[in-house]
Write a protein that binds this ligand. Structure first.
Ligand code: HEC
Length: 188
């Protein structure tokens, strides 16, 4: 599916809402199938399950060039070992909390609003972009054990992981004070 097709499809409206507006009321609660949910059970205040639409998150992630660049290209991706270099993009509201994270001070507290999307480009040693690692902040109740983040890994055209992905959360939990967002250098 081309990007133009995506933008004209039904969930294009959701994508525009996601990128243009921080009001959760305007972002449709979509449905979808998680590929590998390892996490806690769904619940929300009303008791209804909170679901996240994989297609919507994927489309928003793949349109990352419309987001704000939060970093330069870093040759520091020692823990995402398949990448020679990485660069992170995010929704505009993510910029301040992301910049507040101090790699030398893991006690700094940061929180990211619902509908935040963080997209990490992975580059090979020739500078080619081969994959995206994505965190999407779902509505409250989606994933209580993981601060409601939805995790997505794309390699080429394949979705390799999505949903409440345990191994993503296990490692990012070290950054619990900054809402599971690592920033750069924290692991060194
Ligand atoms: C072994 C530890 C580890 C695992 C497992 C891991 N990450 Fe990360 N992640 C990091 C570190 C460290 C960073 C900081 C930048 C870097 O080193 O690439 C990071 C950065 C990120 C970022 C940029 C925002 C931030 O937190 O700084 C995203 C998005 C991300 N990871 C998504 C994922 C997803 C999705 C998965 C699972 C498919 C995953 N990560 C698994 C350690 C990990």
């Amino acid at each position: 599916m081309t990007r133009a097709t995506i933008l004209h499809s039904t969930f294009g409206a959701a994508l525009v809402g996601l990128l243009a507006c921080s009001d959760p009321e305007r972002v449709p609660r979509a449905t979808g199938t998680d590929v590998d949910d390892d996490g806690a059970s769904d619940s929300s205040e009303s008791g209804a399950p909170v679901e996240v639409d994989l297609a919507m998150v994927r489309a928003a992630a793949e349109a990352y060039a419309d987001l704000a660049p939060l970093t330069d290209v870093h040759e520091l991706a020692e823990t995402h070992a398949d990448a020679a270099a990485v660069r992170v993009w995010g929704t505009p509201d993510a910029q301040d909390p992301f910049e507040a994270i101090d790699p030398d001070d893991p006690t700094v507290v940061a929180t990211f609003p619902v509908d935040t999307i963080l997209v990490k480009e992975h580059f090979d040693s020739d500078g080619g972009m081969f994959g995206l690692n994505v965190m999407y902040k779902a509505p409250e109740g989606y994933n209580p054990a993981g601060n409601d983040w939805y995790w997505l890994e794309i390699r080429g055209d394949e979705i390799t992981h999505s949903g409440r992905v345990g191994f993503c959360m296990d490692c990012h939990e070290a950054a619990i004070n900054s809402d599971f967002v690592v920033g750069f250098g924290k692991s060194q």
